[in-house]
Design a protein around this ligand. Structure first.
Ligand SMILES: *Cc1c(COP(=O)(O)O)cnc(C)c1O
Length: 360
């Protein structure tokens, strides 16, 4: 059969499991349906019998999983007659909000921390025509302002406190269950606001309750060490990390994520910036997968827990790679150690450059 129906996004695909009506106008960019890539080199490098898959959410239309939530949030905002949306963002939410708002023909206002967002994300928000409001403060301050202004201005908040966001994001778990034919043993995921870990657990639990699968994974949430309220057991006031997407000290889904940890018998842990960047580089150099720093936190954490045996040999593990590496070219170039040679435009110089740099 040479033809199959065109993929038209996750709301169309999971219509029966999402809060939409038959006549709802769907605002979609074909998000979802991202690859689940089985790692072939890293398990060998770790020297452990583990089966690791990465869910490459960087291949969503704006380059992060935020699109899954944003297609739902903007679809519902438009259905409810809203003419403008607003969010606070470390970058990816603003990129997604800007793109889906432009498609819907409504206005996006995005509050971002001045100087602390990766260049690719800022470029996206600007190109899609969002009104970008840089604040002299961090994400947590922006989030508080958005909650207040949401009460006083005719704008719909599209941060993950908007319940439709998590509804859209739960579909990532559906896709994993369908492709693996059941749950992995462990699902490792970076945690910032903790909306995504909550959404995944919702998705896993829904298929489990409906008898589509008969098991659920243990959920493991990893934070950046300088920004790890779940490890400190309380909010963190001055979060700092190279992984700007999870530079969040006051997670909005705090209570929900603790429930996920308990129900799934999982845990939280933290990774240093050095560990995060090393995992990002390992994935890029050894598996051909380029994710942004925050995303690599899932693999960085898994590597530590595999080494310690907390994730035992024989386990099937899924690591969510939340965003694309091209989002943050500055950090990537800064930590790259690949040779960059400049030579004269002659055959002999180019040939010498090749012969001197052949792998053994
Ligand atoms: C938003 C985001 C996260 C954090 O997700 P939460 O739902 O806030 O926990 C992690 N990585 C990337 C790339 C993100 O954009």
């Amino acid at each position: 059969m040479p033809f199959r129906p065109r993929y038209t996004g996750l709301i169309d695909k999971y219509r029966d499991r999402l809060p939409v009506r038959d006549d709802t106008r769907i605002i979609s960019l074909g998000e979802g349906n991202t690859p689940l890539i089985r790692l072939s080199n890293i398990p060998r490098i770790l020297g452990k019998e583990v089966d690791i898959y990465v869910k490459y959410e960087g291949l969503n239309p704006t380059g992060s999983f935020k699109d899954r939530g944003m297609t739902m949030a903007v679809t519902k905002a438009v259905e409810e007659g809203s003419k403008a949306i607003i969010c606070a963002s470390t970058g990816n939410t603003s990129a997604a909000a800007a793109a889906y708002a432009s498609r819907a023909g409504i206005t996006a206002f995005v509050l971002i921390p001045e100087g602390k967002i990766a260049l690719g994300k800022l470029a996206q928000a600007m190109m899609h025509g969002a009104v970008v409001i840089q604040i002299r403060g961090n994400f947590d301050a922006g989030m508080e302002l958005v909650k207040q202004v949401g009460k006083e201005a005719p704008v719909t908040i599209v941060n993950s406190i908007n319940p439709y966001r998590l509804q859209g994001q739960k579909t990532a778990a559906f896709e994993i269950l369908e492709e693996l034919g059941g749950a992995p043993d462990f699902h490792c995921i970076p945690v910032g606001n903790a909306g995504n870990i909550t959404a995944h657990w919702m998705g896993y639990s829904e298929y489990h309750e409906h008898g589509i699968v008969n098991d659920r994974p243990r959920m493991v949430g990893y934070q950046a060490a300088g920004s790890a309220p779940f490890m400190r057991g309380k909010m963190v006031d001055n979060p700092d990390t190279v992984a700007t997407a999870i530079r969040i000290g006051h997670p909005q889904s705090w209570d929900k994520a603790w429930v996920v940890q308990k129900e799934s018998n999982g845990w939280f842990d933290e990774c240093t910036d050095a560990e995060i960047l090393a995992a990002q580089k390992l994935l890029a150099e050894r598996e051909g997968v380029f994710c942004e720093p925050a995303s690599a936190t899932s693999l960085a954490g898994a590597i530590k827990d595999i080494a310690s045996g907390k994730i035992p040999a024989g386990s099937k593990i899924v690591c969510t790679l939340t965003g694309h590496g091209l989002k943050d070219p500055d950090t990537a170039i800064k930590q790259s150690t690949s040779p960059m040679l400049t030579v004269d435009a002659t055959l002999s110089e180019v040939k010498a450059a090749i012969l001197n740099n052949m792998a053994d």
